[in-house]
Design a protein around this ligand. Structure first.
Ligand code: DAK
Length: 252
């Protein structure tokens, strides 16, 4: 199996499992990852995903050995890696836990997640230019929106990789966590997220992502309508009642 899924209470960890290839993304790993996420996305009790790799590599990018065999017509006819668009339709929050290399498609995978935690030894980069190509899973778009054109353009045109400290400073990652017990720390945060109302989590993710694609006016309207819609849920009644009754809310 190229991806190992483990459910722990209300969270699911998806561990990329091609260690000999530094978790390079080929078609199989992409399909296994996305179909697993789709399955658990529908489980009402699952409130957060973690995607991780191993100590050496989160993911060293798209599989160069798979790609080198393809010509334009194959790439075009297969719509190679177009399948990644389905990743963006997962409604449950996804946290990337990045240890080691996150290069090319690996950096793009991390950016497709909703929160990125970096271990002290994480490294990020878009080195595709060194291979005669460009980022292909949204790198030029997401990186530019996240860190701005000056930094994104430099990373993409030079292929320079950056360490966790720089990644945190320029806003590519949410936070650096210590290397020791890295995954346990991420699990703890994911469990906190997953303890909340799943419908509210989905709405919060959708509204926040909408900010990247809309005008401020449209985004604020969309957020307000989603906010209104939550007043139809049991979890809204439970959350507000618990506050007034001075107890911890129990969401389903
Ligand atoms: N693909 C396939 N195999 C990879 C790989 C990759 N991206 N990265 C590493 N490996 C394999 C190596 O070939 C090696 O395999 P063996 O030789 O042992 O069989 C094994 O993993 C260990 O790698 P190294 O021996 O190189 O390990 P080092 O520690 O010395 O170096 C490294 C680690 C991460 C610095 C180095 O492996 C490296 O530079 N890797 C390539 C990083 C990279 O260039 N990533 C970007 C890939 S291109 C598109 C869709 C997607 C994309 C583009 C277009 N369309 C839809 C249009 C995306 C492109 C990319 O992501």
């Amino acid at each position: 199996m190229n991806v190992l899924f483990e459910q722990i209470g209300r969270i699911v960890i998806a561990k990329l499992n091609r260690p000999k290839a530094l978790n390079a993304l080929n078609s199989e790993i992409m399909i296994e990852l996305i179909s697993g996420l789709q399955k658990y996305d529908n489980y009402p009790e699952v409130g957060c995903f973690i995607i991780t790799g191993n100590e050496r590599a989160f993911c060293a990018g798209a599989d160069i050995k798979e790609m080198i065999q393809k010509d334009f017509s194959e790439m075009f006819n297969e719509d190679y890696f177009g399948y990644w668009e389905l990743f963006s339709r997962i409604k449950t929050p996804i946290v990337a836990a990045v240890n080691g290399y996150a290069f090319g498609g690996g950096c793009e995978l991390a950016m497709m997640c909703d929160i990125i935690y970096a271990s002290e030894n994480a490294q990020f980069g878009q080195p595709e230019i060194k291979l005669g190509v460009i980022p292909g899973i949204g790198g030029s778009q997401r990186l530019t929106k996240l860190i701005g054109k000056p930094k994104a353009m430099e990373m993409i045109l030079t292929g320079r990789t950056i360490d966790a400290i720089e990644a945190e400073r320029i806003g590519l990652v949410t936070q650096i966590l210590r290397k020791t017990d890295f995954l346990s720390q991420v699990i703890h945060i994911a469990q906190t997220i997953a303890s909340y109302s799943k419908i509210a989590l989905k709405a919060a993710k959708e509204a926040t992502n909408y900010a990247l694609e809309s005008s401020l006016k449209d985004g604020i309207f969309f957020e307000r309508r989603l906010f209104h819609s939550l007043f139809h849920t049991q979890n809204q009644i439970e959350g507000m009642s618990a506050f007034i009754e001075k107890r911890t809310a129990k969401f389903n």
